[in-house]
Design a binder for this molecule. Structure first.
Ligand SMILES: Nc1nc2c(c(=O)[nH]1)N[C@H]1C(S)=C(S)[C@@H](COP(=O)(O)OP(=O)(O)OC[C@H]3O[C@@H](n4cnc5c(=O)[nH]c(N)nc54)[C@H](O)[C@@H]3O)O[C@H]1N2
Ligand SMILES: Nc1nc2c(c(=O)[nH]1)N[C@H]1C(S)=C(S)[C@@H](COP(=O)(O)OP(=O)(O)OC[C@H]3O[C@@H](n4cnc5c(=O)[nH]c(N)nc54)[C@H](O)[C@@H]3O)O[C@H]1N2
Ligand SMILES: [Mo]
Length: 829
């Protein structure tokens, strides 16, 4: 315990370090009266559906559901989601907030000193804070609109519960877009008429049958299909297995265009084309230039199905700016040899080519451009709408491309107020500020209230945010630039978190409420987000640990304080809700898909809807673009967008262009001082920050207890670093410790630290409390300590985490203890 705080007159308080693993009672002591039984009960998660066996009231064994032929390795971490030292045991309030409320010293936020309170006390404080904000600032003072990867389950969706309950109190600021595909989902409606990223894709069986070449562009499906938005079926892996066979037999050529050799590339044994990070648009332009000048392109398709090629051509040929976008021009930027680019132009136009874009490439500055330019390439190839041809933007996500049944899925607990319901503070006056802001610009808004920015053709004026409520998301994982976040959080009067674990977001909150996991409540879910393979019963396995409650129960109690309990629950219990959601789904599937009675379903554990049907994306458009136009203004593919051109944005003109980044490796801006590109890709062994808390599983991949940083052998040698060493990674924004994994799969000048590594700041003295300081070292390895908090452009204003340069060195000092996982410092007053 740091001495400073005793000097502040707290000498009489006693201190317990609440979370050290020894404090997690033996499992037998956590068991609360669930009977044993031999049954293997069903449940589900983003990681898949499984069956679980209970012994002496504790979860003893986990196995995949019998339909899951390709379960993820992460199934080994499932038990650790429930039993781990990071669990929040009871409601807690930050010490100074408990003493001084909205007048607390917000510079102490993050020092991790909390006091245990009762549920009643915590929920009353919650309500009183909302009262203060609504009275003093109105709805623009409250942001409760950030969302994230809350656990699966249609009833207990923590986002819905939090937002509906707060809506019963008053209005609040919301967000538009998401971190996943912010740039892509904004640009693509102008180009192909829909977000594309979340659209169903051409079925895998047709791709396997018809494609000659598949391009995986910034795409690692073998890694990323391990998790899904609903209970995942993992059926895509059967098709990847077939693809592997076809690659081996030379029947399909797969080219992975990526700076690193991905997990998918290794699995398929396919070709890899290295490209300098963030330079794909240059590569695409080089390919387009070759296609056009060598007349490899499909002029008829361009003419019949697209608009604006003539406006784009002068740029491509250099008539406008004097720079022809030749393969040689491209080579100088993207590092791919001109002759390889020429070859590629031929390969892509020779047989049937399916381009599959990943999402990472648009989470960088100007992330709109590679998506738009890839659509131009696909248009020039001319195979959009053909089986096994064209372009897709989601084949790595949630089973997109698995033939879908088309069955109706169960509905969810409502997120909004019911018709006619009114909040306690019935005030919709945002005082001239916007009620909705681009998702990744919220820290900006807190720091600069009243500022007006451009966003997708309109103006957004930042509200004056004074309070944030988080549930089912972890912004101290998902947002960029921790030290900037600290500055912003010092301006907030009140922060509330509802989570299962002591995440970094809880650490920077004032009131922390413990939710239970999916294993501690009953729920229902779709089996297979896009495939619609069936419906899954999610059985409660054990009683909620410690004092945790389900999100439904937390907000039912909160609504009771508002005097609106019945309005909130509609008078239904957990099991009554499940039965209602099930029966509504059954009615919607009447005559198409047979579903047994609810009780039968609950006992059985699932309903299976059978096989799905093959489908080709954009086939109807190809067949007749007049009868089946795209959703663009012209109904055609827009290579030039008049609408975007009219916005007049310097960072997103009327057709795709190559633009230099604010930071880039391989000779780009900032690379003299910070030569190395940091990529913070999605983790192979987690879902973002989820499962990092699973101690035993985490220990299968950590290095000296820290998150791995993947380093090219030459880069490591140049810095005297060996595999297994501790490494300090830094730039002007921050610094972290990580453990070196030296691997030839990563090129020179590129390192990777997966996002989702728990932020564990420590002070200069190595103390946990010192983690509140700006500039604190992250003791575990959260890459967002280093990333940049800027919008992609004036169009999407989306997350640009991958425009990030760093330097790294061998760490030789005394390594501080990892502060991420052991929970807060409990103060008794
Ligand atoms: N540098 C970098 N940053 C990134 C990205 C990147 O690639 N690089 N990717 C971005 C992307 S695409 C995304 S989607 C985001 C992900 O960001 P988030 O969605 O915020 O990440 P998660 O870690 O999944 O956070 C979910 C939280 O919900 C909690 N939770 C789970 N179940 C329950 C429940 O039943 N009730 C309650 N109340 N809480 C629950 C979990 O404990 C966890 O803390 O990160 C973004 N950030
Ligand atoms: N196991 C697991 N699966 C997941 C998730 C998870 O957390 N864990 N999260 C899910 C979510 S919410 C999302 S949004 C998706 C994310 O899906 P994506 O964003 O597509 O996934 P990433 O793995 O981050 O990145 C894919 C590839 O892009 C490459 N890449 C990065 N920058 C560039 C570039 O400039 N050029 C080129 N050519 N390639 C580049 C990376 O090297 C990486 O191999 O994954 C989903 N699936
Ligand atoms: Mo995402």
């Amino acid at each position: 315990m740091n001495r400073r705080y005793f000097l502040k007159g707290l000498a009489s308080t006693s201190v317990v370090v609440a979370g050290s693993s020894s404090v997690l009672a033996p499992l037998s002591a956590l068991a609360k009266g669930m009977d044993d039984g031999d049954a293997w009960l069903t449940t589900g998660s983003h990681f898949g559906a499984f069956r679980i066996k209970r012994r002496n009231g504790v979860i003893a064994e986990v196995k995949p559901l019998e339909y899951d032929k390709y379960p993820t390795d992460m199934i080994r971490g499932i038990r650790g989601l429930v039993y781990n030292p990071s669990r929040i045991r009871y409601p807690m309030v930050r010490l100074d907030f408990l003493l001084k409320g909205h007048k607390s010293n917000t510079h102490e936020r993050g020092d991790f000193r909390f006091v245990r309170v009762t549920w009643d006390k915590a929920l009353t404080l919650f309500k009183e804070s909302l009262d203060i904000i609504q009275t003093q600032y109105g709805p623009s003072g409250l942001h409760a609109g950030q969302t994230g990867w809350r656990a699966t389950g249609q009833l207990h969706s923590s986002t819905s519960h939090m937002q509906r309950a707060i809506a019963m109190h008053g209005n609040f600021v919301k967000k538009v877009g998401d971190y996943s595909t912010g740039a892509g989902q904004t640009i693509m409606p102008y180009v192909l008429g829909s977000t594309e990223v979340y659209a169903q894709g051409t079925s895998w069986p047709l791709i396997l049958e018809h494609s000659d070449t598949i391009v995986l562009w910034s795409n690692d499906p073998y890694k990323n299909l391990q998790v899904g938005w609903n209970a995942e079926t993992h059926e895509s892996f059967a098709y990847l297995a077939q693809l592997k066979e076809k690659v081996k037999a030379g029947k399909i050529r797969v080219i992975s265009i990526d700076p690193v050799e991905t997990k998918t590339q290794a699995y398929l044994g396919c070709e890899q084309l290295y490209v300098n990070p963030q330079t794909d648009v240059a590569l695409m332009l080089g390919i387009a230039h070759e296609m056009y000048t060598a007349k490899l392109h499909d002029a008829k398709f361009i003419e019949g199905y697209s608009l604006g090629f003539e406006e784009f051509l002068p740029y491509l040929l250099g008539d406008k700016d004097g720079i022809a976008k030749t393969p040689e021009w491209a080579e100088a930027i993207c590092g791919v040899k001109a002759e390889v680019i020429r070859d590629l132009a031929r390969t892509l136009t020779k047989g049937r080519t399916q381009i599959m874009m990943g999402w990472c490439i648009q989470r960088q500055q100007h992330g709109e451009q590679p998506y738009w330019m890839a659509a131009v390439l696909a248009t020039m190839i001319g195979q959009i709408g053909l089986p096994g041809g064209g372009i897709s933007y989601g084949h790595h996500y949630s089973g997109i491309g698995v033939p879908a049944t088309g069955a109706a899925a169960p509905g969810a607990f409502p997120r909004n107020l019911d018709e006619g319901q009114k909040p306690l503070f019935d005030n919709n006056d945002f005082k001239g500020a916007s009620s909705t802001i681009p998702v990744a610009r919220w820290i900006d808004a807190i720091l600069e209230p009243g500022k007006t920015i451009d966003a997708n053709g309109s103006k957004v004026t930042y509200p004056d945010i004074r309070m944030m409520v988080f549930s089912g998301n972890n912004p101290w994982n998902h947002h960029q630039d921790r030290n900037r976040m600290k500055q912003a959080f010092r301006k907030l009067e009140c922060v509330i978190s509802i989570d299962v674990n002591w995440t970094a977001t809880c650490r920077f909150s004032d009131i922390v409420l413990p939710a239970c996991t999916t294993m501690e409540r009953n729920d229902i879910d779709v089996y297979g987000a896009y495939a619609g393979r069936g419906i899954l019963a999610m059985h409660k396995m054990v009683e909620p640990l410690f004092e945790s409650l389900s999100d439904f129960e937390i907000f039912t109690r909160f609504a009771k304080i508002l005097g609106k309990e019945k309005e909130y629950t509609r008078g239904l219990t957990e099991m009554e809700w499940l039965e209602k959601l099930y029966n509504e789904c059954k009615a919607a599937n009447q005559g198409k898909f047979a579903m047994p009675d609810f009780n039968e379903f609950w006992k059985q554990g699932y309903v299976h809807f059978g096989e799905g049907q093959n489908w080709v994306r954009h086939a109807d458009f190809r067949e007749d673009p007049e009868i089946n136009p795209l959703g663009t203004p012209s109904g055609l593919i827009e290579i030039f967008s008049r609408k975007i051109a009219q916005f007049g944005y310097d960072d997103c003109p009327g057709h795709p262009v190559w633009m230099e980044k604010s930071e880039r490796s391989h000779g780009g801006p900032g690379s003299d001082k910070f030569p190395v590109w940091l990529q913070s890709c999605h983790p192979d062994k987690r879902l973002h920050s989820q499962m990092c808390e699973s101690k035993e599983y985490r220990e299968t991949y950590t290095v000296q207890g820290r998150e791995p940083v993947y380093i090219n052998p030459e880069d490591a040698r140049a810095r005297g670093i060996k595999d297994g060493d501790l490494v300090r990674v830094f730039n002007d924004r921050g610094q972290l410790l990580a453990g070196a994994v030296v691997s030839g799969r990563f090129p020179k000048g590129v390192i990777r630290i997966h996002e989702g590594a728990w932020y564990g700041p420590v002070g200069k003295d190595g103390s946990v409390e010192g983690g509140a300081e700006i500039g604190a070292l992250c003791s575990y390895g959260d890459p967002n300590t280093l990333t940049q908090d800027i919008g992609t452009s004036k169009l999407a204003q989306a997350c640009s985490a991958y425009t990030c340069q760093v330097e790294f060195e061998k760490f030789t000092g005394k390594a501080p203890k990892v502060s991420s996982f052991d929970g807060p410092i409990e103060i008794k007053i």
